[in-house]
Ligand binder design. Sequence first.
Ligand code: NAP
Ligand code: ZN
Length: 352
Amino acid sequence: MNNAIGYAALDPNTPLAPYSFTRRAVGLNDVKIEILYCGVCHSDLHTVRNEWNNTLYPSVPGHEIVGRVTAVGDAVKAFNVGDLAGVGCMIDSCQNCPSCGEGLEQYCENGFIGTYNGHAFGGSENTFGGYSDHIVVNEKFALRISHAEGDLAAVAPLLCAGITTYSPLREWKVGPGQKVGVVGLGGLGHMAVKIARAMGAHVVLFTTSPGKKEDALRLGASEVVVSKNKEEMAAHLNSFDFILNTVAAPHDLDAFLSLLKRDATMTLVGAPETPHPSPSVFNLIFKRRRLAGSLIGGIAETQEMLDFCAEHDIVSDIEMIDIQDINEAFERMLKSDVKYRFVIDMASLKSA
Ligand code: NAP
Ligand code: ZN
């Protein structure tokens, strides 16, 4: 066993605070990664506050992990001590079911193991995430990073926000000549704008925050619509090939479904605490529109996304914080006041 330190929530109502725990010793196929930076995903906040009613406490969140390999097991092939590496939302899956066989570990039919808030197979032990000094993980669930080392902190958010938006953009074959909507300019939304633009689409960003207009254009949107403005919305009726909805709160889906062309799809990746109001059936059936969902992405696709982003010079726009600032960062995230992802400088943990 290795001693580890991190920040944990002990229950839904108290702030995150320093927490000591142990990690497994490095096994034959494991890599040990010293965590240098960890992104702050809205899912971390949903989890520590038990908004999805499934939180195991103590809860050490964090699934946008980047750092340096400090030890490798004897059978490890893809990593050497000193390499940069990343860990995203999963640390294991059954490896036997049809979904795992297709490289879709996130849809593992026996349930993938989350980087945090996950039970090890057959056991009752909780998993602890990246708001901590190190992690030990099977090399199959570690990602290679080819961005410049100076970009490392801004690469961290790709491990969740990047793959969660890349995967549906690929699945629905977004590319040149298409008009693609992105709803919400937060951590996921700003990655969606950058990636959809790099894939060649005409990107329209929908926001509830008029103050984010300039940024959205700078990030790669060709047009920005303030979604509370009915006239601006009406100008886009029946015109979208695809919409990716990243909003973290319940809202009126019809406002966006009515903007889709015939046969087009809106895919939800946001996972609010309470359900959206039901969309109108008529809005779907009269144009054979589709409403879909998508969960992160598989390991091979996560590697593909990291390589795509390195090739296209894509990183996240980040605001670096110390771990001691995490509770305030959560409050700001709730006010949509993030430009556009908080990343924790894990060196600050040493003074915790
Ligand atoms: P975030 O940084 O907080 O961004 C969410 C954005 O949604 C906000 O910046 C805001 O954008 C918009 N928004 C917030 N409240 C709203 C409201 N009441 N009405 C309309 N728009 C609102 O969160 P995130 O980290 O990107 O995560 C977004 C959601 O995706 C979360 O629910 C998270 O748990 C989920 N998630 C899902 C997956 C998956 O695999 N499906 C993976 C990761 C995260 P504007 O200011 O531009 O309006
Ligand atoms: Zn996440």
